[in-house]
Every structure is written in C-alpha cells, then in structure tokens.
Ligand binder design. Sequence first.
Ligand SMILES: O=C(O)CCC(=O)C(=O)O
Ligand SMILES: [Mn+2]
Length: 200
Amino acid sequence: MAVLRVRDFDIHLGYFTGVDQRRLVDLLRACLVQAPLVRPVTPRGTPMSVRMSAAGQFGWVSDRAGYRYEPVHPSGQPWPAIPDMLINMWHDLVPDARSPECCLINWYDATAKMGMHQDKDEADLSQPVVSVSLGDEALFRMGNQTRGGKTESVWLRSGDVVVMAGAARTTHHGIDRVRAQSATLLPKGGRINLTLRVVT
Ligand SMILES: O=C(O)CCC(=O)C(=O)O
Ligand SMILES: [Mn+2]
C-alpha cells in the first residue's frame, strides 16, 4: 500500500477498501445512536463548524468550561466501545503504541473546516495519533511546531489514514475545506474523520 510522507506525517493512501469503509460507517451509525453528534462551542462560546461525538473510555469535548477529555457523553451516558476494526488498524499501523483510549468522531458538512491546531490535551505526547478519513475529500494542511510559517496541503480521500507520530505528533494541522459530492460513501454527502488517541 502506498504511504505518502509529508512533513513527518505518514499518509496511508486507501488503507480501508470500499467494503471496509461501508462496514465502518455501519458500526459508526450504531455508535452515534448511543452517543449522538453535538456541535461543540469553543471556550469563548463560538460554535465549531464540525459536529462531534466519540467512542472509547474518553471523549474529547469542548464547551465554555474549556477543552478536555470526559468519561461520559454530555447526556451523561458512557461513550460506546471503539469498533474492533479501528483497534486492529491501530495495532497494525502503530504496533509499539499503547491501546487507544479515545476515538473522536468528527462530522463535516460541505461548509465545515477545522482551524490550524496542535493535538495536545493528552497526557503522553509520545503516543501517536491515528486519523481516518471517510466520505468527501478534505484539504489537510500541515504546518510547523509553532503557529504560522510555510505549510503543505494534501487532499485526504475516503479510506486514507494519517499517522501523526514523532515530530508530526505536535505539528500544527487543520482542515481548510471539504470537497462536496466528491465521494459516494455517505448517501447525504459529508465527511467523517475518526481520530484515535491515547489520553492518559
Ligand atoms: O478531520 C481531520 O482530518 C483532522 C481532525 C483533527 O485534527 C482533530 O480532530 O484534532
Ligand atoms: Mn488535530
């Protein structure tokens, strides 16, 4: 399988086949029945354009109280288990890492984006982050360890998996835009991103 290396990010192109992508979407639908998507607000109260949920021991949440990991959905219900397909992918791609404790589920409509940021709410930044793209294509921008500077962008397609390990683990990154109607996986369009992390 082809792996594209851009600024220490390893992008496994087409890691999931079409059949596996459809199976994954079915499993995620079941997760979202137990833990519905919510539109988070930033600590300053601005609504994010992405809608979010999670699976695993912890979910990442954002509201007026700040960014943090929580053991339950805002409804008070526990998060669903991370589907085995994703656990297996994790151990395949990052065999030396501890098991993932959170699978963040990001849902992007055609207008959603995610500003440049670092993933740094986890206790152990030596553990990798693994991120799966499903549905419409998205322009993924990779920057530097500090804000600003030159960046490089890649269109992520359905089934691609990005591994952020080593220097990439703390590199700024974001999603500039989603290309509407660029995939047929999700009947109503849009993009799902799954971000697996070790939290503790
Ligand atoms: O949607 C993506 O591909 C990236 C998501 C992301 O960076 C995050 O949730 O921290
Ligand atoms: Mn991120």
